[in-house]
Design a protein around this ligand. Structure first.
Ligand code: FES
Length: 106
């Protein structure tokens, strides 16, 4: 079982089983967290899938953000060092235990 924990904007932490092969964004949306808007559906054009990676499992690594992802995140008032666009992160077993916070809405 590969789990994802999501901190919603009210500060609550929710854990659920993730679907391997789907993006983190798809997993969060499928988990019922509608406050992650993901308006472009993962086309890398909206930045409304912005999350903070609060905890990463020790053996896990994330793909290096593309220039387009970096530029979109730089446009957010809430950008942090651990900011990522969740549509750009494929979820797999190595990420089981990841803790994600949904960024405030820009
Ligand atoms: S869903 Fe639009 S950039 Fe990720």
């Amino acid at each position: 079982m590969a789990t994802i924990s999501v901190r919603t904007r009210d500060g609550e932490l929710h854990s659920f089983e993730g679907r391997v092969g789907a993006s983190l964004m798809e997993n969060i949306r499928n988990g019922g967290f509608d406050e992650l808007l993901a308006m472009c559906g993962g086309c890398l054009s909206c930045a409304t899938c912005h999350v903070f990676v609060e905890e990463l499992p020790a053996s896990a690594s994330l793909p290096i953000p593309s220039i387009d992802e970096t530029e979109l995140i730089e446009g957010s008032d809430y950008r942090q060092e651990n900011s990522r666009l969740s549509c750009q992160i494929p979820f797999d077993e190595t990420l089981s235990g990841i803790v994600i916070g949904i960024a405030p809405e820009d």
